[in-house]
Design a protein around this ligand. Structure first.
Ligand code: FNR
Length: 181
């Protein structure tokens, strides 16, 4: 199963980036993760949406060819980052490449609540008409105090978190299978 991934942080040492890279490696037998360089997208401009920059066309194509989408969100001031929202806005117009794509959400933050506010908002955004992502019900992957749960290579070391993530990925793959039937 091909899964395109959008990561809402462009920071070199981003925990969310590390998390997706960890998932790409750990679950390679189940899902093939393609990380989209959404940091290269210009600011969304409605004047350009019918004839958008090449990067928009390229990423739309990669999403279209994927079976599902993974969102990894940091929490910025109680919400998702502008970069992630910008990407979703581009993909919510013209080709509607996200409509009816199964989606799963993960998020890591240094605070105790592990991006819960950002994830609630993200679910709401993904549910809007032009976006139309079918989000996996429940299965909230909220990784708080993430700085204590990864090693220097960016691998998750917290056993409980790893077990939970394993179960969510399993649930996501099974759910995607049932949607296809
Ligand atoms: C944050 N951070 C943060 N954390 C949190 O739990 N709730 C919040 O509302 C915020 N707000 C916030 C705003 C801004 C502008 C920044 C830069 C940071 C801290 C944030 O969780 C932490 O920096 C994470 O490490 C960001 O994710 P990445 O970059 O590691 O993926």
């Amino acid at each position: 199963m091909k899964v395109t991934a959008m990561i809402g942080s462009n920071r070199a040492e981003s925990y969310n980036k590390q998390l997706v890279k960890y998932m790409k490696d750990r679950y390679q037998d189940k899902i093939e993760i393609d990380i989209l360089p959404i940091e290269k997208l210009p600011f969304y401009n409605q004047d350009e949406e019918l004839n958008p920059p090449e990067i928009v066309k390229e990423l739309r194509k990669r999403i279209k060819e994927s079976d599902a989408v993974l969102f990894a969100t940091p929490e910025y001031n109680g919400s998702i980052s502008g970069m992630l929202k910008n990407a979703i806005d581009w993909f919510s117009r013209v080709d509607l490449v996200l409509v009816n794509k199964p989606g799963m959400i993960v998020g890591a933050s240094m605070g105790a609540l592990g991006t819960v506010k950002a994830q609630l908002q993200l679910r709401q955004i993904l549910n809007s008409r032009g976006v139309g992502v079918l989000t996996l019900p429940g299965n909230e992957v909220l990784i708080g105090s993430v700085q204590n749960k990864v090693d220097e290579q960016g691998n998750l070391t917290d056993e409980q978190t790893v077990d939970f993530l394993d179960s969510v990925v399993h649930n996501f793959v099974s759910w995607c299978d049932t949607l296809q039937k």
